[in-house]
Design a protein around this ligand. Sequence first.
Ligand code: HEM
Length: 300
Amino acid sequence: WHLGALDRRAAVRAGALAIVPFARPLPSFAAQPDYAGAKAALKDLIDKDPEFGPTLLRLAWHSSGTYDKMTKTGGSGQGTIRFTEELKHGGNAGLDKAVARVEPIHAQFPSVSYADLYTLAGVTAIEAAGGPKVGWRAGRVDALSPDAVTPDGRLPDADKGRPRDTANHLRFEVFYRMGFDDREIVALSGAHALGFCHPDASGYSGPWTPTPTTLTNGYYNLLLNLPWTLKEWDGPMQFEDPSGKLMMLPSDIVLIQDNKFRSYVKMYAKDQALFFSDFAAAFQKLEELGCKNLKTVNLA
Ligand code: HEM
């Protein structure tokens, strides 16, 4: 069915343009979600409370760290960590507070999905802590019901008993399941340069480094150079430095007990730039596991 030029003009005059078959689809006037605005609001939240930055980073990681490459389930893509069903998973203790503090930002930018917002919070926190710029792409679509929540047990436990069991857990049950290798496990663990363990969340206590709001390769240097001993207390098994102020989880200490992990710890302890570039690549991979059709957007 083809209209000649004259018929086409007649059709336009008759107001029938929309049914002319060769008319192009009308451009969409729906506003692009304001990702830059959302990022600025997240940055503002962190600037006002720098110790909350690491908690947001942990939120981003736990929202992504449920991915299973075999079944292609889990991952950050559907924003499911906001559901009580997922927040009550053992590993997510304390993250209800982080979800609650992101809520007003979602209310301010409702067209940015929760899934995008949580991962954006992670990369914003890394940058705010002086870390590398991590690539971030938009387009995650929130699940509307908790049906997409994956079973509890996909996030790492900090202690599986013997060091070899903890190492096997990190490798086979958690990080290889997501598609990471040993080098990436050690690079990602460097995030523990930031933040604290909270007795009312995980039960563990204290910061890993003396500068918990600044990302450096200090975590690796402390692991290698301090004499870590068992902390004597009523809480779960953790290690402390001679001052008693810094801590390591059994899953951190495993990174110097296992020879393969240890070689990467040494590598990053010597070279902060290499840590930053490996960390940025691994974190972008993490936050995009299982996500489809992501697109680069302007964040400036
Ligand atoms: C290797 C396995 C890991 C284990 C067993 C582990 C375990 C933990 C535990 C028990 C806490 C304390 C939570 C609390 O009490 O508030 C914590 C905090 C944290 N984790 Fe991990 N983690 C692991 C890997 C990672 C990764 C891959 C990242 C990010 C790339 C990460 C980032 C953080 C951050 C930033 C905090 C501090 C949170 C805060 O200050 O509120 N962790 N982790």
